[in-house]
Design a binder for this molecule. Structure first.
Ligand code: SAM
Ligand code: ZN
Ligand code: ZN
Length: 341
């Protein structure tokens, strides 16, 4: 699964399976910024993959997504040193509680943007959740021996809730009326997998990752993408609500814009928070209401205050933004803190 398909200003050449209907799938195995193979259905896609890439390519798209994520988490740019500034920003915003409760980190991966040793001074157990079970295992194995017993792993947990639907929904995407209850059921399934609630939950820059496998695999209308984005965000917020104990608190760190889309972010790397806030305010004025940020922090905040979720989240608020230098580009990151109502 290649990942440069969203480079700006590049029109890729297109090959198709030749069927008359409009394409619904793209081949994630050979997709690049220069070329894309489009297929009418899962069957057409599979035929192409066997012919072009051989029958060792896993048939289920979800299996390829898991492989891809494992490779990404082994990427040499994911280093502890590179993430230091981002990690400090993130760790400073993790809610502190009195006593020694347990914390759960969603999207913990290689634990480069969270400091487990620092968490261990405030919390008793540290639960790490990720799709990539190997990444969190390696992260735990690097910790001092005495601390490892307090780290509990939850590998192979799909926080989008829908990865295993990639192939059937690629052919027939559910209506909005169907999607809402499916999102609630998916979130309940994730919470049941975790098996308990936590005093503090932290979501560490996983939200932007959740729709990506679908974007690399499907061709859909803008309206359907909006429905999917809303459903996946709903799954994540409901998961956070369901896994935080009543009276507990949570923190969501989420990246909203990359320097690929807004090159000015690179020049702001060594500037203070005020200049970054001014840049974001200016961008909002230029955009005349339509934000380049995805998700728009204010919209995410309003979702936590909406009639559906509002009763679960007390006093949610946005934090200041900060920049995360990930080597290949720079990401603008916001935080959202909440109490579990
Ligand atoms: C950008 S990384 C966040 C950085 C990570 N906290 C770290 O320090 O390495 C996103 C993490 O989300 C995980 N992820 C991506 N899609 C996921 C999904 N559907 N469910 C659970 N985790 C997912 C990846 O495996 C990766 O570890
Ligand atoms: Zn076809
Ligand atoms: Zn292909």
């Amino acid at each position: 699964m290649m990942d440069d398909s969203r480079s700006p200003n590049v029109q890729p050449s297109v090959d198709t399976c030749g069927c008359a209907g409009g394409p619904r799938r793209t081949c994630d195995v050979c997709r690049t910024s220069q070329h894309v193979f489009m297929a009418y259905s899962f069957r057409c896609l599979r035929r192409h993959q066997i012919e072009a890439h051989g029958d060792t390519v896993p048939a289920a798209t979800a299996a390829r997504v898991r492989d891809f994520q494992r490779r990404m988490n082994r990427h040499p740019s994911r280093t502890w040193d590179l993430y230091a500034g981002h990690r400090q920003n993130l760790m400073a915003l993790v809610p502190r509680i009195s006593g020694r409760g347990d914390v759960c980190v969603l999207g913990a991966g290689s634990c480069s943007d969270i400091d487990v040793e620092q968490l261990s001074r405030t919390f008793h157990q540290i639960h790490l959740v990720d799709l990539d079970g190997e990444a969190i295992e390696h992260a735990r194995d690097k910790l001092p021996t005495g601390l490892r017993a307090r780290v509990v792993l939850h590998g192979d947990v799909d926080l989008s809730g829908f990865l295993d639907r990639l192939d059937d929904w690629g052919d027939t995407f559910p209506s909005d009326a169907e999607l809402g209850p499916l999102a609630v059921a998916a979130a309940h399934g994730i919470v049941a997998r975790l098996g308990r609630t936590f005093d503090v939950t932290v979501s560490s820059c996983v939200l932007s990752q959740l729709p990506q496998p679908f974007q690399s695999s499907w061709v859909m209308s803008q309206a359907a993408w909006s429905s999917l984005d809303a459903a996946i965000t709903g799954v994540h917020l409901t998961t956070l609500a369901g896994s935080t104990r009543a009276g507990g608190s949570g923190f969501v760190a989420f990246d909203v814009l990359s320097s690929d889309q807004a090159p000015a972010l690179i020049g702001l790397k060594d500037r203070g928070a005020d200049e970054l806030e001014a840049f974001v305010a200016h961008m909002a004025e230029e955009g005349e209401g339509s934000s380049m940020m995805q998700p728009d922090p204010r919209i995410l905040l309003s979702q936590l205050q909406s009639p559906g979720l509002g009763s679960l989240f007390a006093s949610p608020r946005l934090t200041h933004p900060w920049l995360w230098d990930i080597g290949a580009d720079v990401q603008l990151v916001y935080g959202l803190v909440f109490q579990r109502g």
